[in-house]
Write a protein that binds this ligand. Sequence first.
Ligand code: CAA
Length: 267
Amino acid sequence: MASSPSPYNDDNEDILTSLNEDHVLTIQLNRPKAYNALRTQLLKEVAEVLIKATSDDLVRCVVLTGGPKVFAAGADITEMVDKTPVDVLNDPRAAYWMSIRNFPKPMIGAINGFCLGGGNELAMHCDILIAGRNAQFGQPEINLGIIPGAGGTQRLTQMIGKSKAMKLVLSGQFLSAIEAEQAGLVGEVCEPELTIQKAQNLAKIIALKPPIAARLAKEAVLKASDGLLAEGIQFERKAFALLFATQDKAEGVSAFMEKRKPTFQGR
Ligand code: CAA
């Protein structure tokens, strides 16, 4: 990662940040032992850095990455164990997702390895994705007795179409980097060791463009779909919360923690 003294090298626990002289802010998710699982602290830190970057003229483009091995294996399942539907409805995570969604400057995702569940939802909040050949994309929440809860059902369907989205959401299977590129989820596939550099090179090109035009271009492109997404995202969020009342969710999460196959009863 390029490094320079910057106001972003704060006391973050779960992310690394660096701002380079090309006006590119790189944010790296940094919980490698948990496959960068998006615990609430991590999501909060990403949201706060993006809020800071919004009003910082030195930042013209952001690269979001999980590093060379894994992007993120989804929400942190250990945080889900005792959550009730009411906890989910009151969860501060919704506000963090909203801050990420509202980041107005261009953001490029540099994706290696697993990009799953909330990880894939985070990747889909980026404006362009560059993936290493080792990347795998999926929404495996169904294996936990739940569904995507941060816009995955809506954004994935919009990006890759109903049939492919249904396949991923209902079966929990993954797309390879090449399949994701063919499906329209990913903009470019490269060797894994080049992913971050390629994203930073593209970010540098974008950072040289007029910043106000770049912001408005992003907003305009998002307008092509955002209006259509809003209702679906609201429905998904309520369905996600409701599923936290089911025995199947308790079984799915316990099975993951106990490293065994779940048995679902439809209760
Ligand atoms: N949450 C917490 N810990 C996780 C995690 C997650 N999502 N994914 C992986 N880990 C941890 C594992 O528990 C394990 O930790 P230990 O070494 O302490 O046991 C470590 O990361 C490595 O994982 P595995 O041993 O399972 O590695 P693997 O290579 O055999 O499998 C994997 C990798 C396929 C990604 C598998 O870990 C997996 O299926 N993870 C869960 C994926 C998932 O279900 N994501 C969706 C979460 S729900 C969600 O995302 C909803 C939302 O945001 C709204």
